[in-house]
Design a protein around this ligand. Sequence first.
Ligand code: COA
Length: 199
Amino acid sequence: MTLLEIPSEQYRERSIPVLETERLVLRAPRLGDAKAVAMLANDRRIAENTARIPHPYRTGDAEDFISTANLGSETVFVIAQRNGALVGACGFSQLDRHPPEIGYWLGVKFWGKGYATEAVRAVIDHAFTDLDHEALQSSARVTNPASRRVLEKCGFQWTGVGLTRIRALNSSAPIDKFRLDRGLWVSLKSWGKVTSRVA
Ligand SMILES: CC(C)(COP(=O)(O)OP(=O)(O)OC[C@H]1O[C@@H](n2cnc3c(N)ncnc32)[C@H](O)[C@@H]1OP(=O)(O)O)[C@@H](O)C(=O)NCCC(=O)NCCS
């Protein structure tokens, strides 16, 4: 079932926390973000690497995205720098009993700064700590090594290949699929607590 198919009585806006990282703030999108979201997302390099972002992407598309965000089974955050400037969006959707699927994109001028990894790690921590999920999944086009690397840096393990529909291409494309289980995440978090000092 997609978000569009959820009966209207199930449309309940859920309260979305604010997640803070060293450089970023993740929060629920607001209608006032629409122009900034459209400016960032209106790039074919983003649309062609995500399932549902159309191209071109106009302010009206951003308004639609924002007004349906965090209804039903999706959790959506915009990603902002600490000064409030938006840099992208991320979140996860859950269909039936499958593990939630994480997705993310950043405006092109913000690529290569480690922001996606930082934001995805915050979403993962939220999903396991606050929401008690047992596993998460994600995927990346086989032609998208940057996204694959983000998932690997977050501990995701490759599970196989598949095909997914890419709206901006109006066709399907091959993807690598990934999964992160709670047990591995717990191990990674405990390693993170180890500190080393020069004697
Ligand atoms: C994928 C995306 C979110 C990455 O954002 P980002 O903030 O640049 O990611 P990070 O800086 O956290 O990490 C990117 C990693 O990929 C690596 N990378 C980037 N381009 C690469 C390439 N062509 N080949 C191999 N590795 C590459 C970077 O070196 C970095 O790894 P490192 O830290 O080990 O050096 C961004 O490129 C994007 O929005 N792309 C379009 C939408 C998209 O693909 N979304 C994901 C859907 S699955």
